[in-house]
Design a protein around this ligand. Structure first.
Ligand code: SF4
Length: 219
């Protein structure tokens, strides 16, 4: 969903105000539970097309029993599938997890690498997953674009883009540096609880006066 061409894009001062308002109201914490970069990586791989709540239920069980890549490798594919059966696409995800555990064990002494190139070379790890891990586990100012971030950024007039990569590129040039580290969480949580896909809560939206979406239902 990119903004219609008649929609005005926000000016730099408006973007600054937009994020200042969200920063005041939103605690920029990931809703996925994790303790180490390794279990964050596992959680993010499991989270594709699955709710964070469901992933958290499963990883609460996995985390203490399989804290290292070797533990998953010892488990094997069939038993791992059983462990994550309640998660969508569990067969593919089990295969990805074992593939990335093998790489972590063989190439990185069991540690999660801290560069985009190395992360994206791991099985089942794409740009979005790498961005989340770099941001949340390693404090790098990356901006992962999921379905919420894509929708909110394009709907509100922050950017005008037709795909997640272009959305990310534009956001990286527009989001004020001071909020870049948490911008992903501000947008994702605003999208999850207020600027929802089907029925955005424009009437209670704190950034309604800045948002330029022609179909917004307030202000
Ligand atoms: S006014 Fe409506 S469309 Fe605009 S950001 Fe707020 S909830 Fe989303």
């Amino acid at each position: 969903m990119s903004p219609p061409s008649r929609q005005r894009l926000l000016k730099p001062a408006e973007i600054e105000a937009f994020f200042a308002i969200l920063a005041e109201r939103i605690d920029p914490k990931p809703e996925l539970a994790w303790e180490t970069p390794f279990d964050l990586l596992i959680a993010v791989v499991l989270s594709a097309q699955c709710t964070d709540r469901n992933v958290n239920r499963v990883t609460a069980r996995l985390r203490p029993r399989y804290p290292r890549p070797e533990d998953y490798l010892a488990l094997g594919e069939e038993r791992l599938q059983e462990e994550i059966r309640s998660i969508g696409l569990y067969r593919n995800k089990a295969r990805s997890i074992l593939g990335l555990c093998r790489e972590l064990r063989d190439r990185y002494h069991g540690e999660v690498p801290q560069t985009r190139e190395e992360l994206e070379a791991l099985p089942g790890v794409g740009r979005k997953t790498a961005n989340v891990v770099l941001n949340v586990a390693f404090g790098q100012p990356t901006l992962a674009v999921d379905t919420h971030v894509f929708r909110v950024a394009n709907r509100t007039g922050l950017v005008r883009a037709t795909n997640p990569l272009e959305t990310e590129r534009q956001l990286l040039t527009k989001v004020p540096q001071g909020v870049m580290l948490h911008a992903h969480h501000y947008l994702i949580l605003h999208g999850r609880y207020t600027c929802k896909a089907r029925k955005p809560d424009c009437a209670v939206c704190p950034v309604a006066s800045l948002c330029t979406w022609p179909s917004k239902t307030s202000v």
